[in-house]
Design a protein around this ligand. Structure first.
Ligand SMILES: [Fe+2]
Ligand SMILES: [Fe+2]
Length: 178
């Protein structure tokens, strides 16, 4: 049994507000990739999907004279730090277990190496899964942030993921997962 479903996280006004900035379609795609990868890496699919969904909630719009300035963004971005903190606060608020909220927040913190020394971190499996899931949906020039999805399609995909997660948890109750 889960305290909090993916739908609980997705429909919350805080999630909606921040995901609209970084792209709901990208967030859902990363949640789906993270769910798929979780099986290969032996991590809890619920934690992977939630971290995937929330990984970019820390984004800020880097506009200069009405246009996204990629250089300005690269120089000043801390979206993973902000996102980790935001996601943690939100998850605790809606009733997530503290250790789960922490694991998800740390995976969000480490999902990008834009400000970290490359290759010097030993990522844990959940962190690796979120990192790979994000890369799997990446498009040139940050276009993945601008993909469009209709509201009812977004909610339907979240509900499908919730069903798949519940099914997996029911089937693997005795299995050791991280
Ligand atoms: Fe990101
Ligand atoms: Fe992303």
């Amino acid at each position: 049994m889960r305290n909090v479903t993916l739908e609980d996280v997705f429909v919350h006004p805080i999630t909606q507000r921040h995901l609209k900035r970084s792209g709901i379609a990208h967030a859902i795609a990363v949640a789906e990739y993270a769910f798929m990868l979780s099986k290969k890496y032996g991590v809890n699919p619920d934690h992977a999907a939630k971290a995937g969904l929330l990984h970019d909630v820390g984004h800020y719009n880097w506009y200069r004279e009405g246009k996204w300035d990629y250089e300005l963004y690269k120089e000043n971005d801390i979206h993973a730090i902000k996102g980790a903190s935001r996601a943690h606060k939100l998850l605790i608020r809606i009733g997530e277990e503290r250790h789960v909220a922490k694991e998800i927040a740390v995976a969000i913190l480490l999902h990008t190496d834009s400000y970290l020394p490359k290759g010097e971190l030993q990522l844990k499996p959940l962190q690796q899964v979120v990192n790979l899931a994000d890369e799997a949906d990446e498009e040139i020039g940050g276009n993945h942030h601008y993909k469009v999805i209709e509201d009812h399609v977004a909610l339907e995909r979240i509900r499908v993921l919730d069903k798949q997660i519940d099914h997996w948890i029911n089937k693997n109750q005795t299995k050791e997962i991280v």
